[in-house]
Design a protein around this ligand. Sequence first.
Ligand code: NOJ
Length: 686
Amino acid sequence: MTPARAYPFLREVPMSMRWLFLLLATPAFAVEPVIVATVDSPGKVLRVELSLDEGRIAYRVLRLGEPVIAPSRLGFLLRGSEKLERNFKLVSQSTRSYDATWEQPWGESRLVRDRHNELGARFTEEIKGKRSLDVVFRVFDDGIGFRYVFPEQARLSDVVIDDELTEFNLAAPATAWWIPGGGWNRDEYLVNRTPVEEVSQVHTPMTLRTRDGLHIAIHEAALVDYSSMWLKRVDGRRFKAELAPASEGWKVRRQAPFATPWRSVRIADTAAALYESNLELNLNEPNALGDVSWFKPAKYVGVWWELHLEDSTWATGPKHGATTANTRRYIDFAAENGFRGVLVEGWNVGWDGQWFGNGNDFDFTKPTADFDLEGLAAYAKQRGVHLVGHHENGGAVSHYEKQLGPALDLYASLGVDVIKTGYVADAGQAERNDGDGVVRREWHDGQWMSRHYERVVREAAKRRIAINTHEPIKDTGLRRTWPNWISREGARGMEYAAWGNPPNPPEHEVNLVFTRMLAGPMDFTPGILSLMGRKQPVQTTLAKQLALYVVLYSPIQMVADLPENYAKQPQAFQFIKDVAVDWETTRVLNAELGDYVTIARRERGGDTWFLGSLTDENGRVLEVPLAFLDPKRRYRAEIYRDGDDAHWRGQPFAFARETREVSSADTLQLRLAAGGGQAIRFVPIR
Ligand code: NOJ
């Protein structure tokens, strides 16, 4: 467009004066960004454009031609040198296509297809430093990932990152599901649902539904030797990466060459497709451990819920939970009901007094006087079950690291092949002691802790031990690379139903499915069939407790209630005994963010299907076509449903179990009570 067409009145102005007007009318930054590289997803659903705006790098994401992420900046503030975000010139670019299917040793599905197009771009400064920064995008049909690579170069080897400037500028109005990032309680918050403009600083995954019904989840993949990314809303719908700080004041310090974690954005039409995406797993490096068939996905019981009920204590004394006699009771319970694992918390020295604050008292090789560790490991073995280890360190991380080797050796020698670790400390208060007499405080989400969690997982792998981290750094799909990192907490789990104020509301688990669970397996610890916490009811129906085993994926699932409470519900307990924990395939049959979800999974190495359906505080009827079943077979559907008058408040025990013969041509009507759910086992009969 000529200036005179854009501003018709300029025709009246002498030609020689027009430039003056244009100079004044045009803001300095209005020079159009220049698109310097593009890449489409294999099915041409998504497109990424990289642009330079007066030397500043930005990216934009389009879906079927419509912007999803508007131009968003990339770059860094580095300590002691110029910003790494201006004066850039694209010096080279390359693309490649990739399509391969890989196998998970355990997981929600055995086979995962990784089909993407990759764009690598090198930017070099045009000023005297001439530093280079690489940006790599992988574009899938259901999302994108990108990361920075700091190449080896003379002028930038010690990289001290004060700020990562990555932005996510959402193109359309949306509703967001989120928990705060950088709050004192780490990631143990109820999920908020607000317009995106009301979001503050959040943990990822942050999940969004646009006004047009597009589903988006922003997260990261392969968080290794770096700090976690929170997202800070800077204005409107524009978010910026906010890295968890290090005690030294910077955010991250690395030596080049290195790559940052991937920043990931899932983009799908439906909530179901958002969940089914394997984006972050695909962005992680392949299995580095080789054969991990020694890890057996399994259910476990243990001295746990009774502690949270305050029926017993972690501390020694008259109410000590981890006694030899009490542990034998759980071993017998596990053996009689076919559960592989028995967790015991409070078995070691250090829990007396205020263990929350006294992490330095923990001894990870010394059992308390009333706990016969060796005798119990032998008894468990004799009964065909395994002790599950427990390392709570109260956030005294350096203290724990000092004992890590011997502590793992001890468990390995006793046949303990799964350990639950714990880092109970307020956010930003993990204790680091480098031996120089200075106590430093680190974030669970920071770079120092990312190295620590990795060290534990690697040391455990050497001894064929799997790790289930509580108070973890967030899950970014590293189970692909280290498949002995089997599960984590990293959200409000069942314990909040026992004593949380407020407790977990009926919508909590549905919210988890589309936020926390997008990141990976969670040790939620379901199955409270007494439906009672410490002094408050669990906000659920009986059937919903069963459905959680199918919906909230983890390769280890706790059978969390007290043995005597299962004895009171033999019918419902049968489902917990039968349900599988490792899956050949997974289908989300229906879902609406924050409202309901139905998931069907086929057990690994078998033909039995399981279905779990959850609703929020509203009752509803869901039609579920059984088209996922093998059309050549007929099945016995063992249905565990809410009773006709069930309601999480007042009638939570109302429950029915019935069986029906079904085929893939049938459609079931699932009637879910308010706060309820349904669980079904489909057993092939011919
Ligand atoms: C918090 C964990 O989430 C919980 O499961 C455990 O019982 C306590 N810490 C003690 O380690």
